[in-house]
Design a protein around this ligand. Structure first.
Ligand code: SF4
Length: 126
């Protein structure tokens, strides 16, 4: 079972091999390999991506307010259900239904990766 926090369902689809450090990138590739085989549970918590992120120090995220904002916007715009195991094709159905270019902008425009130009609506292959 893969644990993801809400906004990471977008990040996983935008990932192109860049990240904070090698451990983080290796972990992202590992999750990508498993994403279509295992169930996923969406939780408001540190998740399987956070646990290899160098910004998580002593169980405190140094970008906490930015990250919490991204999670709350995903829940608001994409209607993702929390704490219920599902396969990624179900998550894709939420994206297909609710993720427009406008909602993507509203969710992601405050993210530092978006501002640096790493993420773009056209990269989604839903
Ligand atoms: S802009 Fe940020 S939150 Fe949005 S998909 Fe990219 S990394 Fe994830």
């Amino acid at each position: 079972m893969i644990v993801l926090r809400p906004h990471h369902i977008l990040c996983i689809k935008q990932f192109k091999g860049y990240g904070y450090d090698n451990e983080f990138i290796k972990n992202m590739f590992n999750i990508l390999e498993r994403i279509n085989k295992e169930q996923i549970i969406i939780k408001i918590d540190f998740d399987d991506i956070c646990k290899k992120c160098p910004n998580l120090i002593n169980n405190i995220c140094i970008s906490d307010s930015e990250i919490n904002l991204l999670d709350s916007k995903v829940l608001e715009f994409l209607n993702i259900k929390l704490n219920r195991p599902m396969y990624f094709n179900e998550i894709n159905s939420y994206l297909l239904k609710y993720l427009t270019e406008d909602t993507f902008f509203k969710i992601c425009n405050s993210c530092s990766w978006y501002k640096k130009g790493f993420c773009d609506y056209t990269n989604f292959n839903i």
